[in-house]
Design a protein. Sequence first.
Length: 318
Amino acid sequence: MYNHLHPKMKKVYALFLALLNLVWLNPVKATHIAGSDMEFQCMGSDSFKITFRIYRDCSPGNAALGSSIPVSFTPVSCNLSPVTTNFNRVGVTPIRFKCNGLEWASICEGGTFPFGIEEHVFTQTVYLKQLFPSIDSTCCLIKVGWTSCCRNGAITNLVNPLIQGFTNEGIINRCITPCNSSPQFTNKPIVAICAGQPYCYNMGVVDTIDFDSLSFDFADPLGTGGVSVSFANGLSKNQPLNYLGFGFPNLPFPSGLHLDPQSGDLCFTPMGQQQPVLAIKITEWRKINGQYVKIGETRRDAQFYTWQCLLIILPKLK
């Protein structure tokens, strides 16, 4: 699209990117986490391949993310002590935005697009019987979680985001037969949106392994130790950002804030410049003896970027 602009419009667009850099690239801050999700795949009895995808803001001054992360395993249905093991990083990919077929490199790669996000992938196959030698058939639910000290300091909808911390976690039910794998995320949790333009976000959550039923709910983003974060300015987990018709989420779209509990589609019209975070809980259901039973739970913690667009341009993630 850029190559087809009139020369004067190219100058306007270049100025637009420069202004965005001035607005969004804040002073040095030791903070970096912009989002995360978790998946697990059953590899056999009590064996699970677990993957955390962590999205790091690579703005100047933000802290680096190490080559391994500590992941905790906490039995929630029996009296066993938590165990922590390290997951190694297996890949880092800079996230690129696309606009009408034109791909923009971000500041992560020395490019001009002002939002810089990297996807860090950490994975490990664990055998729960090795982590918990005394575990028995009555201890079914295992919480798997990762915690970091540092959310992104540019977040606008939390009280003191620099000290809120970050946690992502899920629950594995090891007693389900056949054993359960989580749904998979096919879209990224980082979204750039133009203020005042109607928008629908689809997380691309699918279960192509077990084909279980899924439901979607707003959840509290979690801070250090898995404690719910504190929202600012009258915001909450169910209304985590400013949207057209704020305070009345059930107004017909494009007003309101609409989360479809079956598809996970989130539709709204963002208002004003903001960088909110929100969390979505994905619950798995399986029909057992004629009744739908909850068999697993994962979460996605996402950060949205909303700004006043000078042109009618809506970037997309590659």
